[in-house]
Write a protein that binds this ligand. Structure first.
Ligand code: FEO
Length: 167
């Protein structure tokens, strides 16, 4: 069994991961409309990944005898001025998610719930990767500057950064 405090903290993270999925879906729609096909594919794949993150937490909570809550979700932004602005939002959001995971890990210490602590290590590692990916993409955008033709290659490049789905 998980404690009430752990249950509440896990449910909060479940909502954050679900909202992350919505955020990336919204970004995928924007990119698609603007003709950034590669970026759109990347964002659709990110949205799927975030849903997996959410489901993994949900299944864990149920397995540990907790009550999983499916809550309402906030509406994500749908308009961006540029791919740069959008990826800046991605980085900001992933930093926020990392902080939230860290807070959650801190609660597992308080509650002496070492099983949940162990389980969350996967998320700690995943967040390092997610932040690094956003930074790499922003570096690429900064290198391109205002070069329109550079964005064609950038779009292809981002498509190649999609993580293959685990079988
Ligand atoms: Fe699951 Fe990108 O945080």
């Amino acid at each position: 069994m998980v404690s009430d405090k752990i249950e509440k903290a896990l449910n909060k993270q479940i909502r954050i991961e679900a909202e992350s999925s919505q955020i990336y879906l919204s970004m995928a729609c924007w990119a698609e409309k603007k003709g950034f096909e590669g970026v759109a594919e990347f964002m659709f794949a990110q949205a799927d990944e975030e849903r997996e993150h959410m489901l993994k937490l949900l299944r864990y909570l149920i397995e540990r005898g907790g009550n999983a809550e499916i809550s309402e979700l906030s509406k994500p932004a749908s308009v961006f001025n540029s791919p740069k602005e959008m990826f800046e939002e991605v980085l900001k959001h992933e930093i926020f998610v990392s902080e939230s995971i860290n807070d959650l890990v801190a609660v597992t210490f308080e509650e002496r719930d070492f099983a949940t602590h162990n389980f969350l290590q996967w998320y700690v590692a995943e967040q390092i990767e997610e932040e690094a990916t956003a930074r790499t993409i922003l570096d690429k955008i900064n290198l391109i500057g205002d070069d329109r033709s550079g964005f064609y290659l950038f779009d292809k490049d981002v498509r190649s950064m999609i993580t293959p789905k685990a079988e």
